[in-house]
Design a protein around this ligand. Structure first.
Ligand SMILES: [Zn+2]
Ligand SMILES: [Zn+2]
Length: 420
């Protein structure tokens, strides 16, 4: 019998990697503060309805990818596949509309989608999510885009490129939908099977099909921008002007429609990396009708999400710095059994003074303990044996230079603070 393994498509983030994640989170936290966003922690499961109504019944996420289950009371619950719907749910439920608008919120945590596992893509994956809820100001779209860019700049990602589009609103989207269907109808048979399925239910998604045959057919398809109503067109103009004003370079991409139904007006993606090998590192947009679709009053919002696995992978590929991994400062070594208590006491003095200390717990030989001290990456080994105890001192060995010196036991903590 073999031991139990983790389910397919999930992975453990181990110490060799988790410190890199911590770096991403700490940079994120700082950028969030600089842009006036406050952190929230939301539940990982919600009522299934929140996503079926909020994200959209005909999206791939809701149709094929949700982890939905009944709890013991027979309620249908779903592990969150994304965060925007939960953020808007929380905004409405906690009456954030009564506070200063917009509510600028961010969160990070695991999302769940039943997708085919592949490199950098998991069934439990982490996202960083930023949402500004309660304003339709196009400057908020600009801020959201610039926030994502600033985050990636500070993480050291290179060749950042913004793709932006407008997907319209309930007033102008039916115009585009009809124009698109009229354009595609004569060539319907040539589309891939999924796109033929999308033709009636969600023709917009045909524009972002990755199948080369579908891409060739939609090359000259009517763009969403060509069908925008006056309000959407003015909004898109203002977003482009705002981005130009702050010097953010961007390109309009007519194929950018995003996979979720709730997007209105602005949709965008940020790419990073060498041309031809670019990765999308975040995606977002405006969702002015999401609140209504989950039963709330009309509440505009704008936000983006970025996958943490993807960010870390892209940073590794680009050789970005993650800072320094955490390490032990001082490794305490007892020379023999009679000096163990004195060593343990020194170790706790070191830790209580806010320094990172450790010791060997395997009961091996002195030689082996020194080996562990060396492998720990500690700057110093603090050695205690019968001689040191008798003279009220410790031997401090610099593990890089090999130099040794005696330090009074009473002065140990103060001395270490000056040399670390
Ligand atoms: Zn419109
Ligand atoms: Zn297709």
């Amino acid at each position: 019998m073999s031991s139990i393994k983790a389910p397919r498509g999930v992975r453990d983030i181990l110490p060799g990697e988790s410190w890199k994640w911590e770096h991403v989170f700490s940079v994120t936290r700082k950028v969030a503060g600089d842009f006036g966003y406050r952190e929230v922690h939301l539940p990982v499961f919600e009522h299934t309805e929140l996503f079926s109504r909020g994200v959209g019944e005909t999206t791939d996420v809701v149709e094929k990818e949700m982890y939905t289950f009944e709890d013991r009371s027979g309620r249908s619950l779903t592990l969150r596949p994304e965060l925007s719907a939960s953020m808007v749910r929380s905004y409405l439920e906690n009456r954030m509309d009564k506070q200063h608008q917009p509510a600028k919120l961010w969160s990070a945590g695991p999302m769940f989608r039943y997708e085919r596992p592949q490199k950098g893509r998991y069934r439990q994956f982490w996202q960083i999510d930023f949402e500004a809820i309660g304003s339709q100001d196009p400057l908020l779209d600009v801020e959201s885009i610039e926030l994502s860019l600033e985050l990636f700049r500070r993480l050291g990602l290179s060749n950042l490129e913004v793709l932006v589009n407008s997907v319209g609103c309930p007033a102008c989207r039916p115009v585009h939908r009809k124009a698109l269907q009229d354009f595609l109808r004569p060539r319907l048979k040539e589309l891939c099977e999924s796109c033929r399925g999308r033709f009636d239910r969600n023709p917009l998604r045909i524009l972002d099909c990755k199948n080369p045959a579908c891409q060739a057919i939609t090359e000259d398809a009517p763009s969403t921008i060509s069908c925008l109503c006056d309000e959407c067109a003015a909004h898109f103009d203002a977003v482009r002007k705002g981005l130009a004003m702050i010097g953010a370079s961007f390109e309009v991409d007519n194929r950018l429609v995003r996979g979720l139904d709730y997007y209105t007006k602005t949709a965008y993606e940020v790419l990073s990396g060498e041309l031809g090998a670019q990765n999308a590192v975040c995606g977002g947009g405006r969702y002015d009708n999401l609140a209504e679709s989950i039963g709330g009053p009309h509440t505009p919002g704008m936000g983006f999400a970025a996958g943490v696995e993807r960010i870390v992978l892209t940073m590794e590929e680009q050789g970005c710095s993650f800072g320094e991994p955490p390490r032990c400062d001082i490794f305490v070594v007892h020379a023999d059994d009679s000096s163990l208590d004195a060593a343990v006491s020194a170790l706790y003095d070191i830790r209580r003074a806010g320094m990172a200390g450790d010791m060997d717990y395997t009961g091996r030989t002195l030689r082996a303990r020194f080996k562990t001290a060396g492998a720990s990456g500690a700057a110093f080994a603090c050695v205690l044996g019968p001689e040191e105890i008798a003279s009220g001192k410790v031997t401090l060995k610099d593990l890089r230079s090999g130099e040794q010196q005696a330090v009074g036991r009473a002065e140990l903590v103060g001395f270490l603070k000056t040399v670390l």
